[in-house]
Design a protein around this ligand. Sequence first.
Ligand SMILES: [Zn+2]
Length: 131
Amino acid sequence: MRALRVRKPMLTAMLEHATYEAPREACGLLAVTPAGSVRFVYCLSNVDRSPSSYTIDPAEFYGAARHAERHDWEIGGVFHSHPRGTRVPSATDVARAPSPAWLYLVISDDSVGAFEIVAKRSRQLEIEIDD
Ligand SMILES: [Zn+2]
């Protein structure tokens, strides 16, 4: 089974971003190694400013991609929060998933779920947290 590895401070950054943005959904991008380790977390703006949807600010998306490229990293995942929902991807999240190679993190109530979304189906992944 594919697993996601993330260092605790990066997980904390995502959770703090979600807390700060609540009751709106928070979102961001992840630089991920081919083996599935999170290298960097980009906490970005949700231009929807909505409790039930997110769209990453396009200029910030581009900036994160440029930053990752300069470090020889790949953007390989996205995270967002469900302030009033569960930590599983919604039907909309699954329908809009941009790449089967990406990892999807969903945050709710101070916990995180990790998924891959292939052929419009989400599958939960294990999360390994390093200190
Ligand atoms: Zn969602």
